[in-house]
Design a protein. Sequence first.
Length: 170
Amino acid sequence: MNDPATEGFAAVVRATLTDPRGWQGAGFEFGFADGAPYTIVLAEGPEVDRLCRPYDVGGRFSCQNGPVVALNAERWRTATPQWTGDLDSYRRMLVNHEVGHLLGQHHPRLQCPHQGQPAPVMAQQSTELDGCLPNPWPRPWELACAARHHDEPIAPGYDARAASRCEPGP
Ligand SMILES: [Zn+2]
């Protein structure tokens, strides 16, 4: 692959997952190896559709589906019009959001619990910020919640109704 917009993909994933602001703050350690049990791929729409089934990502969204995180290459290149941050932070948000699903985290009940504050990283920020600031990193309460694990399995399979049991603090 020789696409300048996507050739730094592995480096961004690595930097994001090993950043002190990321999910390691919930006690997770990330290693990188060929043949690892979990895979993060950047792919074009039709391939992401295939990897995400039975989730319907319509060639546009990204997903986590069992051990696979599939990120949409078009989004990686351009972000979305709803995202008001820069492209680099969009990419980190995408990695942290979908890896958050891999770690058993779900979308929050409220997209934007506190107006004008950074959005939860598990909010669907590609679609709507809802009055929150664009945010690529898990909020402190999201880290606290992920650290408790809530008996949520790592790398959950398809569950269209999965909802978060984590609640933001005041
Ligand atoms: Zn999601």
